[in-house]
Structure formats: C-alpha cells, structure tokens
Design a protein around this ligand. Structure first.
Ligand code: FAD
Length: 436
C-alpha cells in the first residue's frame, strides 16, 4: 500500500491531531516538514532557534515509533510534489492554514500536485475561521458578539490520534540547519511534552487575580505552543474545569486568538492595512527621526522604565507580558508617533509566539484603528501603568538593573515628555476628525 504524506506546518505535535488521524486511516504515513525560505528568511534568530528546537522534539517523538521526521527545504510547490513522486504517495494530508500566505501557498501546492489530493483536516483553532457568522451570514467585526456566537457554535472533543498505532515510514532527509547563537536568551522548553507539562502545571492558577501583573509572571505562557501547534486549543478547552471561576476569563482569551484569525481570514489585507482607514492620515515621523525613535524603542532605551523593561524582555526571551505589550505599543504609536506597522514588524521578527493574526490586530487595536478599536484618545500613561501593574517595581528592576544599580550603566533621560506628546496626539486626532 502506498504511503500518505503528513505535511506538518503549524501543528507540530502527535496528540489531538485530526490530520494525523485522517492520514493514518489511509495506511502508512510519511511525516514531512518543509523549510520554506519565504518564512525562514523573515524570522529573527530567537524565533528560528525555537522552531528548530520544536522540530527536533517532534523528530525525537516520531523516532519512538518509526524512522523520524523527513525534512526538505525549498518552495513547497516544488518540494512536496517532488517527494510525492519519489515515494509514489497517494495523498498529502495537512491541517488547514487560514493565513493569507499559507492559504495561497496551499493553493499553489494543490495545483502542482495534479491528481494527488491535498487533504485538509482540522486547523490550529477550536473553530475554523469562516464558521462563525452572523444570522444573515456575514462575518462579525466586533469581538463581544463573535465570542457569544463562538461559544454557542461549540467545538469538537479532542481527536484521539495515537502515534503508537500509526505505520510510520521514512525517506531520505536533510539535516536541520544549525541553531543560531542564542546564548543569553532564555527560551522555554520546546515540544509537545513540554507544552502539555506547561499546561498541566499552570491550569489551576487563579488567572483573574494575576493576569495583568507582569511582575508576577503568572500567565499560562502557552502562546508559543499555540502558535506552533505543540498543543491544540481544544485540548486546553476540554481540560478547563467549568467550576473554576477563572475558566471563563481564560476561555475568553483563547477566543481573542480565534477572533483575530477569523478577522484575518475575512479581511486578509488587515495584516498590513488599517482596518479602519480613518486614522491613516495622522502625522507620523519619518526619515532620521523615525530611525532614532525606533532605535531607542527597540533597544529599550526610551527613559520610560516599564517600556524599556518590556522591550528588553522581548529581546532576551522572545516573549513579553500582554499588559506590557499594550504599554510599549501605545508608547510607540501615541508618544513617539511611529506608525504601528513598524512596531508590528519588530514584534514578528522576535516573538516566539509571533502570529500574524494576533500580532497585527492587537497592534491595530492599540493604535485605535482595529476591529474593537480602543478609543484613540485612550492613551496609556507609562508611569501610572507601571505603578499600577508593577506596584513593587520587581519587573522593571529585573530588566532595567541600572535604575537601582548605576554601576551597571547609565539610564537615559526620557526621550519625550509624555504629557506633551499626549496633548499633541489628541490635537492631531481632533484635527483629523474635523477635516478628515
Ligand atoms: P495568557 O494570558 O495565558 O492567555 C492564554 C492564551 O490566550 C494566549 O496564549 C493566547 O493564545 C491567547 N490570548 C491572550 N490574549 C490575547 C490577545 N490579546 N489576542 C490574541 N490572543 C490572546 N499573542 C500571540 O499569540 N502572538 C502575537 O504575535 C501577539 N502579538 C501581540 C501584540 C500586541 C501589541 C499585543 C498587545 C498583544 C499581542 N498578543 C499576541 C496577545 C498576548 O499578548 C499574548 O497572547 C499573551 O501575552 C501570551 O502570553 P500567555 O500565553 O501567557 O497568555
């Protein structure tokens, strides 16, 4: 019996894997990962290192049951059909990809495969984008009604994929690239077993009490796992205890992730363009001033401790706490007058959980031009935010040691005056509203 190829992308696990179940039902399965230069080339070192570790963990898991992961590099529309021809595969199985790049890539691969089917089963979401619609069949543009409809729609129980009962087959494989030097970077352990362990250790946490406190660092830290699919959201949702008073809040956070995937699916241009174009005309800095401000912001040297702490955490861990992501994003757009796309690009390059849908739409939310636009006049004050959410200063001290220990270095003066910039932003906004 000829094999089916299971092409892994954002689903780097073996449990709760609907596409694996579908592939195994057809007979022997050949596990494939394609290193696509279009995606690899836009990732920073930390992101690359985390992906490589995740792939190594997947390979080690597969080797417990068979010959291991087959790695090929190149454009998927060439590489996948070539492997199909090499092993005379009968089908290629995937989890559906709903991002603009992934969907277009899959259409090209499907065409190149000719008579060999590309079978899409499952997705990285509890409810696949496109399923939750208003009563008259239109996509929701606002989170709250989407969330209600998403809960009403519901989701399936986790898929019972069992890697031990699969007839795995191999093929010649390329070596994975060498890991970039990320010494000094504190990456979470990668792979499915680590993701499940993270979830199990965290799931009893009183989420509502701690979720806004970067100093406590007590959120689930599941975002890289959800991004690369080492855990499926349905595994988590099935495991949330409805009697836990914090379960509803956590489920709602997972729903934001699903909502933004839904928005990107229906409005793919929102990855780059303003969702609400009215704010496109605000004045933003350009040229040398743009470079100077971006430099200070990305290096964590703005002179605003909570902003600098967050930006340094991003470089050091490839991750940042949600509250701080909001503060640093607001500061870039509304205090430094840098257009949101610059910040979003820096985040995508460095975040291990960098996800086009969640990242671009959260940036648009902060900038005031997204779906559930935070009113433009709501401007985060970096000083009061720091006092409120890092009350003892533990978070700031960890990342900006020179504040309390001058022997470590000199801390810069504030790059701008928040009160002045806030006034300038509000004035520009009023002008835009009056004159368009
Ligand atoms: P928890 O608080 O434990 O939440 C659990 C899960 O819910 C998260 O893992 C995530 O999948 C989801 N979630 C929580 N908040 C959000 C949200 N606001 N939007 C979408 N999903 C959410 N999240 C990403 O996964 N990738 C990104 O690229 C990303 N970029 C962001 C950029 C900005 C400017 C902002 C303000 C937020 C961004 N977020 C992004 C959302 C959020 O900050 C992270 O999901 C969260 O900090 C991850 O940590 P956690 O897993 O401990 O979260």
């Amino acid at each position: 019996m000829s094999a089916s190829i299971l092409w892994f992308r954002r689903d780097l696990r073996l449990r709760d894997h609907p596409a694996l179940l579908a592939a195994a039902a057809d007979g022997p399965v050949l596990p494939l990962f394609v290193l696509d230069p279009a995606l690899w080339g836009t990732s920073g070192d930390v992101r690359r290192a985390f992906l490589l570790r995740t792939l190594r963990a997947l390979d080690a898991d597969l080797r417990r049951f068979g010959p291991g992961l087959v790695v090929r590099s190149g454009r998927p529309e060439s590489v996948v059909p070539a492997l199909v021809a090499e092993v005379a595969a009968q089908a290629v199985h995937v989890s559906a990809d709903f991002g603009p790049y992934g969907a277009a890539r899959d259409a090209r691969v499907e065409e190149a495969l000719g008579d060999v089917p590309l079978v899409r089963t499952g997705s990285p979401y509890a409810v696949a984008p496109g399923r939750v619609l208003t009563n008259d069949g239109r996509p929701y543009q606002v989170f709250t009604p989407f969330h209600r409809a998403w809960v009403d729609h519901g989701w399936r129980a986790p898929a019972e994929s069992d890697p031990a009962s699969v007839d795995w087959v191999g093929a010649p494989s390329e070596d994975l690239p060498a890991e970039p030097d990320v010494s000094g970077v504190d990456l979470p352990e990668a792979g499915e077993a680590a993701a499940l362990a993270r979830w199990t250790a965290w799931r009893g946490t009183p989420y509502d009490d701690v979720r806004d406190r970067p100093d406590l660092d007590a959120t689930s830290r599941l975002s890289p796992d959800l991004r690369w699919g080492t855990i499926h959201p349905r595994t988590v949702l099935a495991d949330l205890d409805a009697r836990n008073p914090h379960a509803a809040t956590f489920r709602k956070e997972l729903a934001w992730r699903e909502f933004y995937a839904h928005v990107l699916h229906h409005w793919p241009s929102s990855a780059r363009e303003y969702f609400r174009p009215e704010l496109r005309g605000l004045p933003y800095v350009t040229g040398a001033e743009l470079e100077h401000r971006l430099d200070a912001w990305t290096q964590g040297r703005t002179g605003y401790p909570i902003v600098d702490a967050g930006m340094r955490q991003l470089l050091a861990e490839g991750w940042m706490h949600n509250r701080v992501r909001m503060i640093v994003a607001s500061f870039l757009v509304k205090d430094l007058h840098v257009e949101w796309q610059h910040g979003a690009r820096h985040f995508m390059r460095h975040l291990v959980d960098g996800d086009l849908a969640s990242n671009q739409h959260n940036w648009q939310w902060v900038a005031g031009c997204g779906t559930d636009a935070a009113p433009y006049f709501r401007i985060f004050n970096p000083t009061t935010q720091g006092k409120k959410f890092d009350p003892d200063g533990g978070y700031v001290r960890r990342w900006v040691p020179e504040l309390t220990d001058p022997s470590v270095g000199t801390y810069p003066e504030p790059i701008v005056d928040h009160a002045e910039q806030r006034a300038a932003t509000l004035e520009a906004y009023q002008l835009l509203r009056r004159h368009g």
